[in-house]
Design a protein around this ligand. Structure first.
Ligand SMILES: Cc1cc2nc3c(=O)[nH]c(=O)nc-3n(C[C@H](O)[C@H](O)[C@H](O)COP(=O)(O)OP(=O)(O)OC[C@H]3O[C@@H](n4cnc5c(N)ncnc54)[C@H](O)[C@@H]3O)c2cc1C
Ligand code: FES
Length: 408
């Protein structure tokens, strides 16, 4: 049934509508809720920094593909530049939402910047094939130098702000394509913060799957006092002397023990990006050892499991407002506010659809919603009854205002 579309089908069907609405102004008014507002809150496991945005998100801009570099059999780096040569400003850790047209259909996907933030005339994103994946394979197979690529952003909250006076002690844990934002953070901080040290743990299946293998090894040689890299391989070659197995909680805990010999836990700042089990293991381990949640950061590339169990929900009426206009929808059991709103023709905006970018932010003026954690909303935004419509589901009748943040 149309109202029960999968997320990918929803992306396909809704993107034209969303693009059509991108020029709409932000609502400045408050909702007309006369009743006390109810909002179900959950513990934040990751506290994020406020997002910054280097370029407007309202309309995609076109960047020139100046090079496509094959990193591994399954991953390419796409080097991008402004057609007019202007610098591109971003914080290490940010991502672009790439808008591509394949067989006449538009698709959006988020790709983190892997290059250093201070080399702003060109930026690189690095895309690893996902088995059966539409956009990742298309980029790997078809994108070439001289093409243009439409993008939104850069944006995101999984960031650091380089500052030469900082003496950070960073633990970066990634696996597979999760290395991309960590690579940007590593490159940026090593060059701009002479007192910062980085411990990078990177898990892959095999030696050939290591993205940036040579670049990482060169960085390690150049910054041998400040960068230590531990590769963890599931199927290493015979001569492999390093870590073997999955980068799971037990492996991470052992490697962390080594780091803690010379580095006190409260000084560490932990960033992780990769498959869900890797991030979960890192999160559980560092928080159980007493690292403050504010020093733990994660970026999710894959949709969260979320409350997929539709039986937890019943159909709920939803009222949506924007600049004096209103739409009435019915959120079917388990449907997100975004899905319900788009199905009713409301111009709810979105980008990553994963709770990672904040583009779909709405203000709940009445009712109660369920939102899986972690997500990119800041504690203060939650306190002000904001929700991410792409992952929020109605537990009661809900009214919300479309109110995407200008800063995401
Ligand atoms: C903030 C953010 C930053 C990201 N940065 C990067 C990056 O730097 N490099 C990169 O390669 N990818 C990155 N991703 C993932 C990327 O956006 C796409 O999800 C991924 O390329 C798959 O898209 P697709 O069109 O090929 O697959 P789809 O056609 O969308 O999906 C095909 C199948 O693969 C599953 N799937 C979707 N995404 C993933 C995934 N990441 N891993 C495993 N299975 C998946 C889907 O559930 C589906 O079953 C990022 C995602 C987010 C949210
Ligand atoms: S669309 Fe990115 S958080 Fe909802």
């Amino acid at each position: 049934m149309a109202l029960f579309r999968t997320l990918n089908t929803l992306r396909r069907d809704a993107v034209n509508l969303a693009l059509h609405t991108l020029g709409l102004k932000k609502s400045k008014g408050r909702g007309k809720s006369g009743k006390p507002q109810l909002y179900r809150t959950y513990d934040l496991t990751a506290v994020r920094r406020p997002a910054v945005q280097a370029q407007p998100l309202l309309l995609p801009s076109s960047l020139l593909v100046s090079d496509v570099v094959r990193e591994t059999a399954d991953a390419v780096s796409v080097v991008l530049a402004n057609p007019d040569g202007q610098a591109i400003n971003f914080r290490p850790g940010m991502f672009y939402t790439v808008v591509v047209t394949i067989d006449g259909q538009e698709y959006r996907r988020a790709y983190s910047i892997s290059s250093a933030a201070h080399h702003g005339d060109k930026v690189a994103i690095t895309v690893k094939r996902v088995a059966g994946g539409l956009v990742s394979n298309w980029i790997n197979d078809h994108l070439k130098a001289g093409d243009t690529l439409r993008v939104l952003g850069p944006s995101g909250n999984f960031t650091v702000t380089p500052d030469a006076s900082q003496a950070r002690n960073m633990v970066l844990v990634g696996a597979g394509s999760g290395i991309t934002p960590l690579m940007s953070i590593t490159r940026s901080l090593l060059e701009t913060e002479p007192l910062t040290r980085i411990h990078l743990q990177y898990g892959n299946r095999s030696l050939d799957d290591i993205i940036f293998r040579d670049a990482l090894s060169m960085l390690e040689q150049e910054y041998d006092e400040r960068l230590s890299i531990t590769h963890v391989l599931e199927t290493p070659p015979e001569e492999w002397q390093g870590e073997v197995g999955r980068l799971d909680r037990a492996t991470f805990a052992r490697l962390l023990d080594g780091i803690l010999i010379d580095n006190p836990l409260p000084e560490l700042e932990v960033y992780t990006c990769g498959p869900e089990p890797v991030m979960k293991g890192v999160e559980e381990e560092v928080l159980s050892r007493g690292l403050p949640a504010s020093r733990f950061h994660q970026e999710k590339f894959t949709p969260s499991a979320g409350p997929a169990d539709a039986s937890r929900f019943t159909a709920q009426p939803v009222e949506i407002t924007l600049s004096g206009k209103s739409w009435t929808a019915t959120a079917q059991p388990g449907q997100t506010l975004l899905e319900a709103g788009l199905a009713a023709g409301a111009p709810v905006q979105f980008s990553c659809t994963l709770g990672g970018c904040g583009r779909c932010r709405v203000k709940i003026t009445q009712g109660e919603v369920d939102m899986p954690e972690p997500n990119c909303l800041l504690p203060e935004e939650k306190a002000q009854h904001y929700a991410l419509s792409c992952i929020a589901r109605a537990c009661t009748p809900v009214s919300f205002e479309i109110d995407p943040p200008q800063s995401h």
